[in-house]
Design a binder for this molecule. Structure first.
Ligand code: NAD
Length: 260
């Protein structure tokens, strides 16, 4: 579908050991990219990608914390040294600390903003500074439809994703004249470890349909959860030349749940 446009190109995917990140790494790999798989969870990276470690054209693992300016800068420099100039960045690392707004702790607020907003800022600027003189590159931030639609127990998460979205779109405006595109993919509830972590509440009030609590289906016009493949397809499109005239876009992949 994308012919040879990803072949030999260097891509960084953060949160690569997670459900969506792993799927994006695999799709880029299948398209022939040389993928830097970055995650704070080095054990899980090895478990997922160990067999591919350091094979050019496939996956190289980088264990780093996107909250740390030093680790981000060192890692992006190491990626360029080992793999070559970065052409693509996918910001996928994220955390969700679910609590009602009044019960949310200061620490959960800070952690959420640190990974989901500061992490996107640090990664994107470290990569964009290198892309700008080369006048090419494409950045996609995986945010959330929670940035646009209030959802219970997600105040910090929503705030962090709204920040990441606004930041990415502003970056897109500032980098447009350098030929660098910056877009957002906003998934709805996607069947990964992050979402399943919310299902274990066990208060006995949740009614399950085919293993999925009904509240996760209610209000989704297309009637199903988002899959990692749905999200990956959107990410690949926005990275690709097929989206050559698309920037600052906030692309909802949520079965219509945000109603617009
Ligand atoms: P996941 O929990 O499976 O994966 C998240 C990954 O991020 C994990 O591998 C984790 O180790 C990594 N990570 C966390 N903190 C990090 C840090 N400080 N530095 C580097 N890596 C770190 O979640 P997922 O469902 O695959 O989510 C991927 C992205 O999609 C996240 O940004 C999430 O907010 C977003 N999203 C998910 C859903 C959903 O319902 N699953 C919906 C909308 C948006």
């Amino acid at each position: 579908m994308y012919e040879d446009q990803f072949r030999g190109q260097v891509a960084i995917v953060t949160g690569a050991a997670g459900g969506i990140g792993e799927a994006v790494v695999s799709a880029l790999c299948r398209a022939g990219a040389s993928v830097a798989a970055l995650d704070v969870d080095g054990d899980r990276l090895s478990a997922l990608f160990g067999a591919h470690d350091d094979v050019p054209g496939t996956v190289t693992q980088f264990t780093a914390d996107v909250r740390s300016a030093v680790e981000v800068e060192d890692t992006v420099a190491a990626v360029e040294e080992r793999l070559g100039p970065v052409a693509f960045l996918v910001n996928c690392a994220g955390v969700l600390r679910a609590a009602t707004a009044v019960e949310l702790t200061e620490r959960d607020w800070d952690d959420t903003l640190a990974v989901n907003a500061r992490g996107v800022f640090l990664m994107s600027t470290a990569v964009a500074r290198r892309m700008t003189p080369r006048r090419r590159g494409s950045i996609v931030t995986v945010a959330s439809n929670a940035a646009g639609v209030p959802r219970v127990r997600m105040s910090a998460y929503a705030a962090s994703k709204a920040a990441a979205t606004a930041y990415t779109k502003t970056l897109g405006l500032e980098l447009a004249s350098s030929g660098i595109r910056c877009n957002v993919v906003a998934p709805g509830s996607t069947d990964t470890a992050m979402l399943r972590g919310l299902w274990g509440g066990g208060d006995g009030t949740s009614v399950s349909v085919a293993g999925v609590p009904t509240e996760y289906r209610v209000g989704i016009p297309l009637g199903r959860l988002t899959t990692v493949a749905d999200v990956t397809n959107a990410v690949m499109f926005l990275l690709s030349d097929q989206a050559a005239n698309v920037t600052m876009h906030d692309f909802y992949v949520d079965g219509g749940a945000a109603l617009g």
